[in-house]
Design a binder for this molecule. Structure first.
Ligand code: MG
Ligand code: MG
Length: 258
């Protein structure tokens, strides 16, 4: 069943997701060649706890850290480590918090220093596919309307959509119904109503869509070793227009100054 949130509950979710947005912006100012992904994790955990929240991923299903840091051909669920970021890398940072019992969950893929034009195109199309998908998050639409929009935008750039991992409902649990695939057909899937809160999170590959899980039990990589990008919004389904609970505006402010 789909759990519809009250205005008050959406207010709590807005606060949790704002903290995730601010955490990602904090990291935006730090990400550069020469730092480790574990350092980013430490900064994020401190920032989240200083703001009165709890890192949501740490301990979730046994995940060891605050962030998922997925570099280059890693799709999602990368574990922070002593890996040193280098010029031209891309890093997807997925962050979750629990505040007042409500979850925040968003992700952004950052360039490390200067990246190639074809890599920038992958980031631009992945983010644009998320923006296209979000426009479908209005009452009366079906989840497949979002899925179709994401897939259509990503594939129009010559990219492929990961099938094995999907978006999800969000609330007092990190993963609620419905599943929100990044591929699909218009007019299919569960019907959405105002108050449904979902995470839309396209995972888009530069090469083929196939992935595999590494021996660490977490990290998902592209099968062909090509790059992958990931952006995620939490959004409340609205009447006529979506209510996006995540904002990338603070990240953009930092990146545009660099
Ligand atoms: Mg996430
Ligand atoms: Mg998510």
């Amino acid at each position: 069943m789909l759990y519809l949130k009250t205005e008050e509950e959406i207010g709590y979710l807005r606060e949790s997701n704002l903290l995730v947005s601010l955490t990602l912006a904090e990291l935006a100012s730090i990400i550069r060649p020469g730092i480790t992904t574990l350092y980013l994790d430490e900064i994020a955990e401190t920032f989240i706890r200083d703001n009165g929240a709890i890192p949501a991923f740490k301990g979730y299903g046994g995940f060891p850290n605050t962030l998922c840091t997925s570099v280059n051909d890693q799709v999602v669920h990368g574990i922070p480590s002593s890996y040193i970021l280098k010029e031209g890398d891309i890093i997807s940072v997925d962050c979750g918090v629990i505040m007042n019992g409500w979850y925040g969950d968003s992700a952004f893929t950052f360039p490390v220093g200067i990246i190639r034009d074809d890599v920038k195109k992958l980031l631009d199309y992945t983010r644009a596919s998320l923006e296209e998908g979000v426009r479908g998050a209005v009452s009366g639409n079906r989840v497949g309307d979002i899925s179709f929009a994401v897939q259509n935008k990503a594939e129009s750039g010559g990219f492929s959509v990961v099938r094995e991992l999907v978006g999800h409902g969000l609330g007092k649990k990190l993963h609620e119904q419905p599943e929100v695939p990044n591929y699909g057909k218009k007019g299919t899937g569960p019907k959405m109503e105002k108050g449904l809160v979902i995470c839309i999170e396209p995972m888009i590959n530069a090469g083929k869509k196939e992935t595999y899980q590494m021996g660490d039990g977490w990290t998902i990589k592209t099968a062909d070793g090509k790059l992958s990008a990931h952006f995620e919004y939490a959004v409340a389904v609205g009447k006529g227009e979506p209510d996006v609970l995540t904002t990338f505006k603070f990240i953009d402010e930092v990146l545009n100054k660099m």
